[in-house]
Design a protein around this ligand. Structure first.
Ligand SMILES: NC(=O)C1=CN([C@@H]2O[C@H](COP(=O)(O)OP(=O)(O)OC[C@H]3O[C@@H](n4cnc5c(N)ncnc54)[C@H](OP(=O)(O)O)[C@@H]3O)[C@@H](O)[C@H]2O)C=CC1
Ligand SMILES: CC1=C(/C=C/C(C)=C/C=C/C(C)=C/C=O)C(C)(C)CCC1
Length: 317
């Protein structure tokens, strides 16, 4: 039963990582303000969530099946909710993809867009009309810093998040007229299965179709630097859950919410030079000339992160 004071929150992709921690944190809210519907595409993967939820399971946290890539699954899930009433929709489900594009089949690239882009739109199309009618609701989209700044060898993943950002920038204006709020959460690297899957994936793949130089730059230059970046800048899924809870509870929620202050200077480069040269050359220099000194570059990034840039992010604490 949902009490009249509770907000119904539906989250996609709760079997692991950020979605799991968001579901648990909201369900364990000390004032029990949330009725959390934690969804996942395969309930066989529910154990970690149920264990982390503890007493909240069955009281403020409930499970439902939902595959964001499947129209029927999305409809069934929303139809199963009392009055189809969702106050807060958190679009979290997403998949990554790294590697030289020469070796990635178009079908695999389409799966990324099907999940990260059309999956979100499918959810919004199902939930938004009721929110508009009620003149209330909050839609949250877990984007990424890669929705604002592309990263080498993440071409297709970054494109899927950029697409999402363009979609949300456009929709947010219309929704405001209906008192429905749209917010983007933009994390940098976060320690979740996303990172583990990437490392596992790279170990298994041969990268057919890519020339030896490209495979070398990917495996021996990009990957070790990326591991360094995760180590140095990585946040926890709890950090992202805390930021998101703050956004939900804000009296005037922000549209953009970068969660990692250490990443802000890199994103700022493109606004500092409208020709784009500064961004492209800085990233080139950091990767190819300073790759082996990535720890030093990260120190420099930390140094660059002065107070004024920090203010542009939403802090998890
Ligand atoms: N980790 C990171 O560094 C960052 C992640 N992000 C974004 O955060 C979000 C969550 O990722 P994260 O927690 O890190 O990664 P995880 O891989 O741990 O979690 C992703 C979740 O999405 C689910 N999922 C994948 N495809 C579908 C689908 N078709 N329908 C429903 N659920 C699906 C997975 O379910 P299943 O168990 O069934 O596969 C899993 O629960 C993603 O949108 C990602 O792009 C943004 C910035 C950085
Ligand atoms: C910053 C930076 C790098 C890597 C960044 C990475 C690896 C970011 C990962 C972000 C993720 C995983 C976002 C998910 O949505 C390089 C290219 C190594 C060198 C240049 C500077």
């Amino acid at each position: 039963m949902v009490s009249s004071e509770q907000k119904v929150v539906l989250i996609t992709g709760c079997s692991s990582g950020i979605g799991l921690r968001m579901a648990v944190m909201l369900a364990k809210d000390e004032k029990q303000r949330y009725h959390v519907i934690a969804t996942m595409r395969d309930l066989k993967r529910k154990d970690k969530l149920v264990e982390a939820a503890g007493d909240a399971y069955g009281k403020t946290l409930f499970l439902a099946v939902l595959d964001v890539c499947n129209d029927e699954s999305v409809k069934q899930c929303i139809n199963g909710i009392k009055d189809r009433h969702v106050d807060v929709l958190i679009n979290n489900a997403g998949i990554g993809l790294v590697g030289p594009i020469e070796s990635i089949p178009i079908e695999e690239m389409k799966k990324v867009f099907e999940t990260n882009f059309f999956g979100v739109i499918r959810m919004i199309k199902e939930v938004m009309p009721d929110m508009k009618k009620r003149r209330a609701g909050h839609i949250i989209v877990v984007s990424s810093v890669m929705g604002l700044q592309g990263i080498v060898f993440n071409d297709v993943y970054a494109a899927s998040k950029f697409a999402m950002e363009g979609f949300c920038e456009s929709l947010a204006v219309q929704l405001l007229k209906f008192n429905v709020i749209l917010s983007l959460i933009e994390p940098g690297p976060v320690h979740t299965e996303f990172e583990a899957k990437m490392i596992q994936d790279v170990k298994q793949k041969e990268y057919p179709g890519a020339d030896p130089d490209t495979v070398h730059y990917f495996k021996n230059i990009y990957l070790p630097s990326s591991v360094d970046i995760f180590e140095a800048l990585g946040q926890t899924p709890d950090d992202i859950a805390r930021c998101t809870k703050k956004v939900i509870e804000a009296s005037r929620p922000r549209f953009r919410n970068l969660t990692n202050p250490l990443y802000t200077p890199l994103v700022a480069l493109k606004y500092a030079d409208e020709t784009g040269g500064l961004s492209v050359h800085t990233f080139y220099h950091m990767l190819f000339n300073m790759g082996s000194l990535m720890h030093v570059s990260v120190m420099a990034m930390k140094y660059l992160t002065c107070g004024c840039l920090r203010k542009r992010t939403i802090s998890p604490s």
